[in-house]
Write a protein of this length. Sequence first.
Length: 173
Amino acid sequence: MTMTPLPDPLEFGYHPVGLPHAWRRIRADMAAGQPAAMWLDSTAVGNLTSTDEITQDDFVSSAIVMGWIAGGMSTSVARLAALAGDVTRSTPGWTPRDQRSGGLPFDGFSVQLFGTVASPFGPLVSNAHTVAFPVGDGNAVVIQLAVTAVQDWADAADGLVLEGTPGSAVAER
């Protein structure tokens, strides 16, 4: 199986829902070396427009969406979404709080992980919501929303999810 980053992780119609009003989208061409869409807590960073302007002094709560095309799949989309969740589970210092999973329209699958991660800034909320759905020819799309937030944003962070309809975006192509 191959995993190719999507140039625009929002192109298949999934987007974060429940973003706090104070979190603003910034220009983020890359996160962890791949294309991403990113929102930051503007109360912590002011009017910054790029991650290049952030200093290391304070932790900034964030939501990041990344996506991939999985080619040559030999596994179900449910297993593919679970594999993406395994990356979150393997993060050093990450402790689970809850998990939800289930089917989506158009043969998709969703895995939502709620956790806490130890950090030099204290315990942070660390959640991931992954959706996976087939797009034909043995390929699937995997989109993941990763949320890391200070405890002041815990309730809001736990309410952030990906929403969309995979079939609608695929049908438009």
